[in-house]
Design a protein around this ligand. Structure first.
Ligand SMILES: C[S@@+](CC[C@H](N)C(=O)[O-])C[C@H]1O[C@@H](n2cnc3c(N)ncnc32)[C@H](O)[C@@H]1O
Length: 166
């Protein structure tokens, strides 16, 4: 299942509706951990891997990790292919992918981050917060029956090979 929202409360509602206690979760764009706390409580028997490249995140997320033992934070650019490739090699059990690089962030970048991370991790659920992608999904239609039931695009996820990561 892939869910797209713009409203931050809806993004968090989607977490509540879809994350279960044994789900390992990757959160791209955790900022200072407001949604990470919610995810951490929802997947209390598993791990949240939270990533952000903002210097503001570092102290806040490291402090959060003291209180919430199932949060692992790393400060990094999620567009970096080597980061994704290394993470995917050592984490083959990710159930949920959450992506919020900023609700108004360029949808093309958010889509590419979604496509690459979800193709490698193959989560059962992906939750995305982005206005442009919500607009695209709500404004488009197709009569062709190309459809994915998991959190990645099954029509093309298997076409991604490392050399194609840019
Ligand atoms: C709107 S904030 C996320 C808020 C958070 N999801 C919440 O619910 O509280 C967007 C975050 O995405 C991060 N971000 C944007 N581009 C990024 C990138 N390329 N790599 C890592 N983090 C990025 C920003 O630093 C920022 O902290």
């Amino acid at each position: 299942m892939i869910s797209i929202s713009y409203d931050r409360r809806q993004y968090q509602e989607d977490m509540i509706d879809n994350i279960e206690s044994f789900d390992n979760v990757v959160e791209l764009g955790c900022h200072v951990g407001t949604s990470t706390k919610i995810i951490s409580r929802l997947c209390q028997d598993a791990t949240v891997y939270a990533f952000d490249n903002s210097p503001e995140s570092v102290d806040a997320m490291n402090n959060l990790g003291i209180e919430y033992k199932n949060i692992i934070f790393e400060c990094m650019d999620v567009r970096d292919k080597d980061v994704l490739y290394d993470f995917a090699k050592s984490h083959t059990d990710i159930d949920v992918l959450c992506i919020d690089l900023g609700g108004g962030y360029h949808p093309d970048t958010v889509f590419k981050v979604f496509y690459l991370w979800s193709s490698f991790l193959k989560p059962k659920v992906t939750l995305i917060r982005n206005r442009g992608l919500a607009d695209f999904v709500n404004s488009s239609k197709s009569i062709e029956k190309i459809f994915s039931s998991d959190g990645y695009l099954s029509s093309c996820a298997y076409d991604v090979i490392p050399d194609e990561l840019k």
